[in-house]
Design a protein around this ligand. Structure first.
Ligand code: HEC
Ligand code: HEC
Length: 192
């Protein structure tokens, strides 16, 4: 009895402003996110996607999928576990305001650029991702995304390893010839 009372008193004595581990603000959380994803919207670490100028709704949906383990990626599943629904939207808002990613890697030769452009048109990537591949609503920006991440995503949709919140991308990836995936990744990663 005495111990319980002591515990209650200790809790009551805590300053009301002390944030619980699960009640961090976006300002407090964001630096840890951007340590991996890049402070200026462009990720520098292999395998980590750039988040700059991503549509808010897309980010919110993907964080929801990580939290619910509908999308499996070890660091993100653990990181999303303690996020509330409000956190998901606030983080989505915050990253959507970062500048769009700056393409890295040497410019493509004209013939390679033409080939990539023809594939984007053939597979109608732009009809969903937008004419400038900047995404909208629940569809991600892909312009300027890291090449290694594009390669992995396209391969994972095609194999079924990444289901997506809707079947749209899995359906679209069925059409893509395996040889065209690296060409698309090279082209889209350099697209401004
Ligand atoms: C330890 C490094 C690391 C940290 C810290 C981290 N992420 Fe990630 N994040 C990743 C990796 C790696 C992926 C790609 C997973 C995959 O391959 O599917 C990812 C994917 C994502 C995606 C999906 C992007 C897309 O284009 O589909 C979002 C959104 C995201 N992270 C947001 C966040 C937020 C918000 C935080 C902070 C709460 C955060 N990340 C912290 C490594 C990290
Ligand atoms: C029918 C509409 C549609 C078409 C066509 C389409 N996409 Fe997508 N794409 C989507 C949707 C929706 C998502 C998000 C799915 C999810 O939740 O994972 C997506 C996701 C992606 C992603 C993951 C990006 C990230 O940040 O994780 C890449 C890469 C991608 N698409 C590239 C392409 C390319 C390249 C093409 C053309 C070869 C293409 N898409 C055609 C609708 C489409």
């Amino acid at each position: 009895m005495k111990l319980n009372t002591l515990a209650v008193l200790t809790v009551l004595a805590m300053p009301a402003s002390a944030p619980a581990a699960s009640a961090q603000t976006v300002e407090q959380r964001l630096p840890a996110c951007l340590a991996c994803h890049g402070t200026n919207g462009t990720a520098k670490l292999p395998g980590v996607p750039s988040l700059g100028a991503m549509p808010t709704d897309y980010v919110l949906t993907q964080l929801y999928m990580f939290r619910e383990k509908m999308r499996v990626a070890a660091p993100m599943n653990a990181l999303a576990e303690s996020l509330s629904d409000d956190d998901l939207r606030d983080l989505g808002d915050a990253v959507s305001k970062l500048p769009p990613p700056q393409p890295v890697g040497e410019a493509l030769a004209a013939a390679d650029a033409d080939h990539g452009n023809a594939l984007v048109n053939r597979y109608h990537c732009n009809s969903c991702h937008g004419a400038d591949l900047a995404g909208h609503d629940n569809i991600p920006r892909i312009a300027g995304q890291r090449e290694d991440y594009l390669l992995k995503s396209l391969t994972d949709y095609k194999s079924g390893a990444r289901p997506g919140y809707s079947p749209a991308m899995s359906e679209a990836s069925k059409e893509i010839q395996p040889d065209d995936i690296p060409v698309l990744a090279r082209f889209v990663s350099r697209y401004k």
